[in-house]
Design a protein around this ligand. Sequence first.
Ligand code: ADP
Ligand code: MG
Length: 224
Amino acid sequence: MIKINDLRKVFRTEEVETIALNNISMEVKEGEFVAIMGPSGCGKSTLLNILGLLDNPTSGEYWLDNKEVGHLKEKERTQTRKGKIGFVFQSFNLIEEMTVYENVELPLTYLKVKASERKKRVEEVLRRMNISHRAGHFPNQLSGGQQQRVAIARAVIANPKLILADEPTGNLDSKNGKDVMDLLTELNREGTTIVMVTHSQHDASFAHRIVNLFDGQIVTEVQM
Ligand code: ADP
Ligand code: MG
């Protein structure tokens, strides 16, 4: 599903040049659950952002479903990502001015799904994430665990084939972290491919494979 070749990402500001990814190559097969680990600043989020078509590499190839997508313009990236890739972030990234219901509905609105179908699907996913009772609330009225369940609901509502999660349990206590890992594991069992960045050895133990990054390079890969 994913194949990257010699991927390099360099950030340049006026004074400094940071090599965030230094010639990385890897593959992720359809249905796989891959954990990415490594110290702070080693390039994990940069890699995930490129995989999620939020950013382009400086050089190298990114093949997604047999199409080279590493150097698309922003508009094409958005188009390619739509309905195909779901994101979950450490800081939830919900829209504060929108209710839980509206946050979760948003991807379907972008995809121009008709209103009756949107309602059916939002209600279904809110039930599944056990958050229906909060549908009319705003993100700041929810606990961290509830916000992350809303974020997962939003990530999965369009049935993406790929979920990218950047430290999804990073801001959660162990009970809520466990709920999030259970949800991700269940989605993976149903066929969704998952690439997750984590600092937690325990969370990584749910994956099929752990990719360890250091200084922008893959140092080891461990099959579980
Ligand atoms: P991680 O997620 O592993 O903590 P990141 O991918 O966020 O690491 O960052 C990798 C390196 O790239 C760091 O040195 C970071 O400071 C740098 N970096 C990340 N994003 C940017 C950016 N937009 N501009 C400049 N430097 C960046
Ligand atoms: Mg990061």
